[in-house]
Write a protein that binds this ligand. Structure first.
Ligand SMILES: [Zn+2]
Ligand SMILES: [Zn+2]
Length: 273
């Protein structure tokens, strides 16, 4: 199973998951043209996608869904409340399918498990995606006000995690945002700080965890080196030696093969037991 982010941050989020036969996007927050270009950089034909799964209604996760669905005929999966808010993106010709948090569904060889998060959207969810053949499970949680017991439970035991590390607390306080926006970002319905991400990642450590990709970094109130330093520092203290990187806004990450990461990093992770 392969995974890459086409980009991540407040100007757009999209994650591509590639199995033997199935390819899905989780979120499509860039223009269709931009996503097609980024997929091509990764060697993936835009026409080959089997589905787009939308996690919530914010524009940085939905911007491209309507145009993409009309251009390529890709089915779009969203929850009913999210669909209602996103109605303006559709023209009636798209294949739109509903799902519900707490109800797993299949797309080809993938099983998608959506679960509720705490975030200021109509019906925010995060997902894990499981591929049976290789037994690999990827967790994607990029917009979290705070990690609840339910979110922790849903993300436990993943082989690869995409986790939000949105802001540095100090940079947020001294950054360009008005106090009201700062408060929203830092609230329990906003976004995780680097320190909150580090604590959450530490709680999710287990010996089979092969990699963590930090995502949704704020362009104004964070820097990749800072996020990696804070999260990496906490994880290394706990014995984590797996893959750790931060996704950028403007270019896709590399297409990571999770089973290869597990082989490369797995044996060193025994100290986590
Ligand atoms: Zn959001
Ligand atoms: Zn977002």
């Amino acid at each position: 199973m392969k995974v890459a982010m086409l980009g991540s941050g407040s100007r757009g989020n999209a994650t591509i998951l590639v199995g033997e036969e199935t390819r899905i996007l989780v979120d499509a927050g860039f223009s269709a043209r931009q996503m097609a270009r980024r997929l091509e950089v990764l060697g993936i034909e835009p026409e080959s996608l089997d589905a787009i799964v939308v996690t919530h209604d914010h524009g940085d996760h939905t911007r491209g869904i309507g145009v993409w669905a009309r251009r390529y005929g890709t089915p779009v999966y969203l929850t009913e409340p999210t669909r209602a808010v996103c109605a303006g993106l559709f023209r009636g010709r798209e294949e739109v399918r509903s799902y519900q948090a707490g109800r797993p569904f299949r797309i080809g060889e993938f099983r998608v498990d959506p679960f509720l998060t705490v975030h200021d959207a109509a019906d925010p969810v995060a997902v894990t995606v499981y591929r049976e053949g290789c037994g690999t499970r990827v967790g994607i949680a990029t917009d979290l006000g705070r990690p609840t017991a339910g979110i922790r439970h849903s993300l436990a035991g993943c082989d690869f995690l995409i986790l939000e590390a949105n802001h540095d607390e100090r940079m947020l306080r001294s950054g360009p945002y008005p106090v009201s926006v700062q408060a929203r970002i830092a609230s329990s319905h906003g976004h995780l700080s680097n320190h909150a991400a580090a604590d959450f990642a530490r709680e999710l450590l287990h010996p089979r965890l092969a990699g963590i990709l930090l995502a949704h970094l704020s362009a104004e109130c964070n820097r990749p080196e800072l996020a990696l330093d804070v999260v990496g520092g906490v994880l290394r203290k706990k014995g984590y030696q797996g893959y750790l990187a931060a996704a950028g806004q403007d270019e896709p990450t590399e297409l990571l093969v999770i089973e290869e990461l597990r082989e490369r990093y797995g044996p060193g992770q025994l100290s986590l037991l």
